[in-house]
Design a protein around this ligand. Structure first.
Ligand code: SF4
Length: 709
């Protein structure tokens, strides 16, 4: 082992908290740089020196023996030139024969913003299709759609400091203790410092997070719109609306109130399956608190009515004026480290870069002129679930998957397998050598990963941070943006001559400053023109970072102006839509899926770390003890799960008895992939049903049958 030589600050590549990480570098016996140790960065505003266990074990998750080191075609090692030519020719040929909408990219919130920017530019401005979607579709697209409906832009208004400044913290569909542990630690500290702070946990399950809660509302799954419509009705009935704010800064409350009025307390209690006294207490706390923060995550977003849930929450903040102020607002917490950075540069099939509107001819023209590109996508592309459905029907001929494992993470994994088998050319670029999706790739491209590549990410509080490369990529691995540029050039496109990620960031930053006929949410134009060394030293900063706010912006809407054409926020009138997949006699249980404390997504990296397997070393099925008794299941016994669309295929899991799971409901972790278990992916049990506005699939609500094995 060598001695420590230098310190590098970067960010953790896992969740949307976006913690800063200080890495001490040394040299191994061969003189090669290596990580000596790492710790949370005390200077980083997201974590102030803290890391959760996933971040603290990053050293163990980058092991050479698991890496894809050389490009491969049909399993045979090839040189980069051959691989690039193969991908470029395959895409060009599919486009020539079937048009630009016959090809697609499926990318990842693991990509850095610069990678995302180049991928989006290539697909939308040069290939001429909007068929670029991302696993962030599974993470926060309902929040995006909800913010756009209410505020006129994908503009999350809050900041982490609000956790310490609020009087009422409402966690909706979030087990933050396991999924966003560093923010949960901030909540714990906030409660210690201010015992009057109240915490309400809205979650069908009792989780590790519930331990901190003053009130747990174990809501019937999928009824969040009813709960928040009820809150809006309560505020109106008790004359607790903030009339000045509503009249000065919003529109549409009458219709929203008319819908909410259908939900008096007792009806809400019946529908949500909650005690009236608990509901009344929650509503009273919300009304009496001068500030309230609704911290929401996958339990809200991953739903067939996720966008309505988001707007139901936002409606209550607008009605009470609890927005744009310290400690108040609807705070979407993203799962992915760069879900927000990706959407900023248009990395969803329904967006353009820099919050330009794909449906506006003027915006499309502005972007095409800026890129000087030969074409421009003129309609929305296929969102993730539909993309794979269309592929299974033979309509997508060439697909490039970057840094994600849809065989495990998407719903109905059997359909995903069929789709990949039907596709003429499947390219996968990834840092690992083996996963369920790579196994079906015709071309495998070795990508650089955390610690090896440079760029930026944006965390859940709009904070742009540098992720820094301090180790050389092993083998022939390259950063994603370089691979994309090489393919674009091989397809004959100019506009991809970037020599440094700072040049990509600069092009993006300048784009955000262009006049675009509207009030602009995303503006980082003050960060344009950085030299490479200024880009390298870039300190974490929250957008907007414009001429007016060079130090960045903690909160949005502090002036009561929103990004709609008239500056007023929109109330959305909401009907309750039950989950699209209903239980019945044959499939009587509701299955929920989610994360455990020490694993990340499909475990392709965290599964390599022995210490991260100590907390939970195998998947399980949590079930209420009385349901287990009814089914004849004992703790530890194997249970078989099946769903109607699975056509007899089963997922086998050992049972864990858990009185914190509601009767008639089940919970299983999402992570385990084919490398770690042969039980079948949990995702296969979820039908490919999506929210009609955000197209986010409902990964929290499958109707399943359970039986002893
Ligand atoms: Fe990484 Fe998230 Fe843990 Fe922070 S909280 S160390 S970003 S996984």
């Amino acid at each position: 082992m060598g001695s420590a030589a230098s310190l590098c600050t970067t960010t953790c590549p896992y969740c949307g908290v976006g913690c800063g990480v200080d890495v001490s570098l040394g040299r191994n016996n061969d003189g090669q740089p290596m990580i000596d140790s790492l710790q949370g960065s005390p200077e980083h505003p997201a974590n102030h020196g803290k890391l959760c266990i996933k971040g603290s074990k990053l050293q163990q998750t980058n092991r050479l023996e698991h890496r894809l080191l050389v490009p491969r075609i049909a399993g045979q090692e090839v040189g980069w030139q051959q691989a690039i030519e193969k991908v470029a020719a395959g895409f060009s040929d599919a486009i020539a024969r079937h048009g630009p909408d016959a090809v697609a990219f499926y990318v990842s919130g693991q990509l850095l913003t610069e990678d995302y920017y180049v991928a989006n530019k290539l697909m939308k401005g040069y290939i001429g299709s909007a068929n670029i979607d991302t696993n962030s579709r599974l993470c926060m697209s309902s929040a995006v759609a909800g913010y756009k409906r209410a505020f006129g832009a994908d503009a999350m208004p809050c900041c982490y400091e609000d956790l310490e400044q609020t009087e009422l913290l409402i966690l909706v569909g979030s087990n933050a203790a396991w999924t966003h542990p560093v923010l949960y630690q901030r909540m714990e500290r906030a409660k210690q410092l201010n015992p009057a702070l109240k915490l309400v946990n809205i979650d069908p399950r009792q989780t590790a997070t519930t331990e901190l809660a003053d009130l747990h509302l174990a809501i019937r799954p999928g009824t969040d719109v009813v709960l928040f419509n009820g809150l809006l009705a309560y505020l109106a009935a008790h004359e607790l609306l903030d009339r000045d704010f509503i009249e000065g800064h919003t529109q549409g409350i009458e219709r929203a109130l008319a819908k909410a009025a259908e939900w008096p307390l007792e009806r809400v209690a019946n529908t949500c399956d909650l005690p009236v006294k608990d509901l009344r207490l929650f509503y009273r706390w919300f009304a009496d608190s001068s500030s309230a923060l609704s911290f929401f995550s996958m339990g809200v977003n991953q739903s067939t009515s996720g966008t309505d849930k988001v707007n139901a929450i936002i409606n209550c903040h607008l009605a009470s004026g609890k927005i744009g102020k310290p400690g108040s607002g609807p705070f979407s917490i993203t799962g992915q480290p760069n879900a927000m950075g990706g959407r900023e540069v248009g990395g969803l099939a329904t967006l353009l870069a820099a919050h330009l509107d794909l449906h506006s001819a003027a915006h499309r023209q502005l972007l095409q002129d800026y890129w000087q590109s030969p074409t421009m996508a003129h309609k929305a592309g296929l969102p993730a679930v539909e993309l794979f459905q269309q592929m299974a029907q033979g309509k997508i001929k060439a697909l490039w998957i970057m840094g994600t494992n849809p065989m495990v993470s998407l719903p109905d994994s059997n359909l995903v397998r069929q789709a990949l088998k039907r596709c003429e050319l499947v390219v996968v670029s990834d840092c690992v050598a083996h996963n369920d999706t790579l196994a079906l790739a015709h071309v495998q491209l070795p990508a650089a990963t955390w610690s090896e590549k440079d760029g930026t990410v944006t965390n859940s509080e709009r904070r742009i941070s540098r992720q820094r490369g301090f180790l050389p990529p092993p083998g022939q691995a390259m950063p994603d943006w370089q691979i994309l540029c090489a393919v674009a050039r091989a397809m004959g496109f100019s506009g991809f001559d970037f020599g440094h990620p700072g040049e990509i960031f600069d092009e993006y930053a300048r784009l955000t400053g262009l006049e675009n006929q509207g009030r602009r949410a995303l503006d980082i134009s003050a960060l344009a023109g950085l030299t490479h060394s200024e880009y390298d030293r870039l300190a974490p900063v929250q957008w907007p970072v414009s001429a007016k706010s060079r130090q960045g912006s903690k909160r949005l809407f502090t002036d009561g102006h929103f990004y709609t054409p008239d500056g007023r926020a929109n109330f959305v009138a909401l009907d309750y839509q039950p989950p699209q997949q209903r239980t019945d006699q044959a499939f009587p249980y509701v299955l929920n899926s989610g994360r455990i404390r020490d694993q990340w997504h499909t475990m392709t990296r965290t599964g390599q770390a022995a210490e991260l397997m100590q907390h939970e070393d195998r998947p399980w099925l949590r079930i209420h003890p009385q349901d287990a008794a009814t089914l004849g299941l004992a703790g530890g016994q194997l249970a078989a799960l099946s769903a109607r669309h699975c056509q007899g295929q089963q997922v086998i899991l050992p049972v864990k008895l858990d009185a914190g799971v509601r009767r008639g409901e089940l919970f299983a972790p999402m992570h385990w992939n084919g490398q770690f278990a042969s039980h079948g992916a949990i995702g296969s049990l979820f039908a490919p049903l999506s929210d009609p506005y955000s197209f986010q699939p409902g990964l929290k609500h499958a109707a399943v049958a359970v039986e002893p094995v």
